[in-house]
Ligand binder design. Structure first.
Ligand SMILES: Nc1ncnc2c1ncn2[C@@H]1O[C@H](COP(=O)(O)OP(=O)(O)OP(=O)(O)O)[C@@H](O)[C@H]1O
Ligand SMILES: [Mg+2]
Length: 368
């Protein structure tokens, strides 16, 4: 009987083999071992959609847990701070006293709770920094630190700015804390530009660009192997060419090629050619078509004006093709940057951030 398909073409899923992120993981492992003072303890992962930010963040959490840290993970949405506090309490449950009859948010914090005993409301009502400080005090007694992760960062969320500001206090107080955030380039750029959290500019920032071909090859071979199949080198090359270093496509191409191989123990070039063909179709269906559908008429005019250029476009050229002012075109540029459709290569120079989107836009235009 064929074994389970080991590829994971689903957003947010940790793949069987993480291609090309070893140096980030090594840095984080060292940082968790150091516990204090290592600059990688504040890290930001930056990348376009599907480049593997969420997956890498999960692996970083695993590293932290292996090193004995507790973790609290959240997404940048309203209510995030409460969420982080509750997640932290949950993961600290085995270390702190926990009266079963109480609500989670009213957990007694071991010895500290004695002082608050007849005034337990204060523990809940203390502001976020106070509550977190009490919790971190407790963890420190067990020589344990807390890693906070925040996915999909956006600078317009006050709670995120507040988290970053409080985190800076924790670092100054030499508490064992770490903060790993992930987001689209546009949002991260806006966040680190916020004056109130300028220390974030000094955090370790990793751009998750295209994964080198050699690393893609290793991940393909190992993933097939983990499912009990061997892939021929010619087939690996065919996959690498279609993947173009894009994490999500690695999973799609591998997944489809695996299906084509069926019961065969060896994956051949023919399987790969068919698999890659189907994967391109999936990519179109899941990513390109859905992104295209979300564009407003103005966004669409902007991307069509861009698609005429082979690689990157000047904003001024796009504006003149659209027949509008630079300022007007900028409005759409900002929207598309925020959505992760395009990226800004240099001031006033933009390019598509989703592989294959330019070709897709041109094809749809010619159909009309
Ligand atoms: N380094 C990697 N090697 C192989 N596959 C990966 C790698 N990173 C992520 N993947 C796979 O790629 C897909 C996308 O990953 P993930 O959801 O982490 O992307 P993302 O950057 O968080 O995307 P988004 O911006 O849409 O949230 C998933 O199927 C995941 O399993
Ligand atoms: Mg993600």
């Amino acid at each position: 009987m064929a074994s389970r398909n080991p590829f994971t073409p689903t957003f947010g899923t940790v793949p069987a083999y993480l291609a090309g992120r070893q140096s980030v993981i090594d840095n984080m492992r060292q940082a968790f071992a150091d516990r204090y003072g290592n600059p990688n303890l504040s890290t930001i992962l930056i990348g376009a959609r599907g480049t593997g930010k969420t997956a890498l963040m999960s692996c970083i959490r695993d590293e932290a847990q292996d090193a004995g840290w507790l973790t609290a993970s959240s997404t940048a949405l309203p209510g995030m701070l409460d969420d982080i506090y509750e997640q932290a309490l949950m993961s600290a449950r085995h270390l702190i006293d926990q009266p079963s009859s109480r609500q989670l948010t009213a957990l007694s914090l071991g010895p500290i709770s004695a002082g608050w005993e007849h005034n337990e409301g204060s523990l809940q009502q203390g502001n976020w920094r106070t509550r977190m400080s009490l919790l971190l005090d407790q963890l420190a007694q067990h020589n344990t630190g807390l890693l906070i992760t925040v996915d999909e960062v956006r600078a317009d969320l006050d709670e995120l700015i507040r988290l970053a500001a409080v985190y800076q206090h924790f670092v100054t107080e030499r508490r064992q804390v770490a903060l790993v955030m992930a987001g689209l380039p546009y949002h991260v750029h806006r966040l680190v530009s916020d004056k109130s959290v300028s220390f974030l500019r000094r955090s370790a920032q990793h751009q998750l660009g295209r994964i080198p071909s050699a690393d893609v090859g290793v991940a393909l071979r190992k993933t097939f192997q983990s499912g009990g199949k061997r892939i021929e080198e010619e087939a690996v090359d065919i996959c690498i060419k279609s993947i173009k270093g894009f994490a999500f496509m690695l999973q799609l191409a591998g997944y489809r090629t695996w299906i084509e191989a069926g019961e065969n123990a060896t994956v051949t070039a023919m399987h790969a050619l068919r698999g890659v063909h189907d994967a391109k179709y999936d990519m179109e269906e899941y990513i390109l078509a859905s992104t295209y559908r979300e564009l407003s008429p103005g966004d669409l005019r902007f991307v069509e004006a861009m698609a005429t250029d082979p690689v990157e476009s000047r904003l001024s050229t796009v504006a003149s093709r659209m027949g509008v002012s630079n300022g007007y075109a900028s409005k759409y540029k900002t929207r598309l940057l925020a959505g992760g459709v395009i990226g800004e290569q240099a001031r006033g120079v933009v390019a598509f951030d989703i592989p294959g989107f330019r070709e897709y836009v041109l094809a749809r235009k010619s159909e009309r």
